[in-house]
Design a protein around this ligand. Structure first.
Ligand SMILES: Cc1ncc(COP(=O)(O)O)c(C=O)c1O
Length: 370
């Protein structure tokens, strides 16, 4: 088992050098990619633990797809979107008409924001939650209605339900929640969604659901016209820079969203689409990433606790923890050690978030803050 894992790490470019990797393989390794794009002084030691990316990706099959298909980028290849949508429909047990593609789930969130904002009103969102995308909602005139988390940093579904009023156009549920890493029980979420009025959109962001054992809510779109599920290839599939996301919803919503994209399904390049198709086939990569993430996350939480940092139980590839009992200057320690970490989310309790990198990266992270 251990031998297999070492072999796999070597194959994806994180093992020892000299395994006969092509130039592209070594460029595609996460640390090499960062070297190309950042101005850090000591680039060899740069550790990216800020954006919840996958430190092992893209998968070997996706890398091969990028290389093999780069030369067809001179054509539009409209047929490739059909192949990707068919593969996604099969994976999620829905019809092809239930899916629209976007350049990352950011574009999906943006399309939903525009859809919801066509009439004035408000939207309901947990606080803190993933809200970088809500500037579109604010700019287009919706009022933000923030609902605090519970004391154990979970979404307060009851309070979110109570916050919905006749003017609510959209409710956003990030499950698992970013930045806290907490998950709603599926049954509670199904009950919640069912109670939301039909004329209010419910956007369920499942960016991190692949790091859990919980089943997606995507088949609910068959019976619920107001549910939109946002999915991404940026996290467990390791394709953040390739920008591939998609929405699953009922046909009418998908058509309305598609009308907000001038070239429907084609903000994603053909090469990225082919890499996504290849990634869906690389189930070994996904399950290896899943178990490595679990192992490294457990290690990191244990070490953070030894440093008096209270950690919220995480179901994701990041950890939310408190710096209120940590006695050094955390951010200075990170900076001095070439580590990019998260920010403070809640001043009270000084909560921050760290991405789970490779075991070697997390050992350096812990050493840096000890
Ligand atoms: C909860 C959540 N949703 C959506 C996104 C957007 O990801 P992408 O646009 O890369 O799919 C992120 C990125 O970190 C995220 O954390």
């Amino acid at each position: 088992m251990e031998k297999n894992r070492r072999l796999w790490l070597k194959q994806i470019g994180l093992g020892v050098a000299g395994m006969g990797l092509t130039n592209f393989d070594s460029l595609a390794s996460p640390l090499a990619a960062e070297k190309l794009t950042t101005g850090f002084k000591d680039e060899a030691n740069l550790i990216y633990l800020r954006s919840n990316e996958n430190p092992y990706g893209p998968s070997p099959l996706a890398r091969k797809a990028f290389v093999d298909h780069a030369t067809i980028s001179n054509r539009y290849h409209w047929d490739i979107e059909t192949q990707l949508i068919a593969a996604l429909a099969q994976k999620h047990g829905v019809q092809e008409e239930n899916i629209v593609l976007g350049a990352g789930s950011t574009e999906i969130l943006d399309m939903v924001a525009k859809l919801a904002s066509s009439n004035k009103g408000n939207y309901v969102i947990a606080d803190p939650s993933y809200d970088y995308w809500t500037v579109t909602l604010d700019t287009l005139g919706l009022t933000k209605n923030r609902v605090p988390l519970t004391i154990d940093k979970k979404l307060n579904l009851q309070a979110m339900l109570e916050a919905v009023n006749p003017d609510t156009k959209l409710v956003y549920i990030c499950n698992p929640n970013n930045p806290t890493g907490t998950i709603c029980e599926r049954e509670a979420l199904v009950a919640f969604v069912t109670k939301i009025p039909q004329n209010t959109l419910v956007l369920i962001d499942e960016a991190y659901l692949d790091f859990t054992q919980q089943q997606s809510l995507c088949t609910m779109v068959k019976d619920h016209n107001n549910i939109i599920i946002a999915k991404t290839f940026s996290k467990i599939y390791g394709l953040a820079g390739a920008r591939i996301g998609y929405a699953i919803a009922n046909k009418t919503i998908i058509e309305a969203m598609a009308n907000l994209q001038s070239n429907t399904n084609n903000s994603v390049s053909v090469v990225s689409k082919l890499a996504a198709i290849a990634s869906l086939k690389d189930t070994a990569f996904v399950s290896n990433c899943y178990s490595l993430n679990e192992e490294v996350r457990h290690y990191t939480i244990k070490e953070l606790q030894k440093l008096n940092c209270e950690c919220i139980a995480s179901t994701t590839n990041f950890i939310y923890f408190s710096l209120s009992k940590y006695h050094k200057d955390y951010f200075k320690q990170l900076e001095n050690n070439g580590i990019q970490g998260g920010r403070i989310y809640e001043e009270e309790g000084k909560w921050t978030r760290i991405t789970v990198g490779t075991m070697a990266e997390m050992k350096q992270f812990i050493k840096a803050i000890q």
